[in-house]
Ligand binder design. Structure first.
Ligand code: AP5
Length: 260
């Protein structure tokens, strides 16, 4: 049997660097952190956010994951969100704001959170600012904006497979699960060959990971979400990271921002 093809290291295995290049120790920021990771579909938010949450000791709140869980559970929120999500359109502001405000009220968010995929409209940003202000003058502490050009996103999104329960994200070329990497080159990605590294359970494709839905998602991103960055630029808390390079380099840059 031939050697397994090389694969990107799994996100969870990317090393945490304990020191700066000049040897000074890195210390994660202290105090309540309300951090946001921002970027177009496929830019790496879901890949890096769990690691950021782990580093800061706060939960990772992905509105996409929360809405997909609601769809899978058939709740009223899920029923209202399902069609828009499948088509790649944004769900309504009132729906997603209610989901996030409820989640922020849970005790594990006391010391902060990592927001992934929220806010995506100016109205959501204003609602978030209001909700945080009411919780003892809190505000967003940092926004990490992942810059990735549209041309790189199709291959990422259309090759993605996910572990639905955990939200762990894999890719047929860029982040193979061990199950596919162990097979000879050219093995087809199927639920049999694409299995979660941690649980061995089959991975799945997302309903909105099609070229057609991606076009709608990118349109929504550029028209409605990208302008939200200006809202936080005014507050001076945006750090831009080049996300169009190998994952370990993107992670190193994110760590630099967190330790700055
Ligand atoms: P959501 O789940 O948030 O999707 P999204 O924003 O479109 O982002 P993705 O999850 O597609 O991408 P990602 O940046 O997490 O990329 P990933 O790390 O997986 O939202 C889905 C839907 O829910 C929306 O369309 C909307 O309908 C609704 N919704 C959610 N929030 C909402 C809100 N606030 N308001 C209204 N509606 C809302 O990476 C992608 C792939 O690339 C992976 O396979 C990964 O392995 C690979 N990859 C990652 N980084 C690299 C790299 N550096 N090099 C090579 N490959 C890489």
């Amino acid at each position: 049997m031939s050697d397994p093809e090389p694969s990107w290291p799994l996100w969870v295995d990317l090393p945490l660097r304990r020191t700066h290049a000049d040897g000074r120790p890195r210390t994660p920021p202290r105090g309540r952190q309300i951090l946001m990771v921002f970027g177009p579909p496929g830019s790496g938010k879901g890949s890096h956010c769990p690691r950021v949450g782990e580093l800061l000791g706060v939960p990772h709140l992905s509105t996409g994951d929360m809405l997909r869980a609601a769809v899978a559970a058939g709740t009223e929120t899920g029923l209202r969100a399902k069609d828009a999500m499948q088509a790649g359109a944004l769900v309504t502001d009132d729906l997603v704001v209610a989901v996030v405000v409820d989640r922020l009220a849970e005790p594990d968010c006391e010391n902060g959170c990592v927001l992934d995929g929220f806010p995506r409209t100016e109205a959501q940003a204003v609602a978030l600012d209001d909700a945080l202000a009411k919780r003892g003058n809190q505000k967003v502490t940092k926004v990490i904006a992942l810059d990735v050009p549209d041309r790189a996103l199709t291959a990422r999104v259309c090759g993605r497979w996910v572990h639905e329960k955990s939200g762990r994200s894999y890719h047929v070329d860029f982040a193979k699960p061990a199950s596919l990497a162990a097979l000879p080159a050219g093995a087809a990605p199927t639920p049999e060959t694409m299995r979660d590294d941690a649980t061995g359970e089959p991975l799945a494709r997302r309903a909105d990971d099609t070229e057609e839905a991606l076009a709608t998602r990118l349109q929504a991103y550029h028209a409605q979400s990208a302008p939200v960055l200006a809202h936080y630029d005014n507050a001076g808390c945006v750090a831009r990271v080049d996300g169009d390079r190998p994952p370990e380099q993107v992670w190193a840059a994110i760590e630099d921002v967190l330790a700055a």
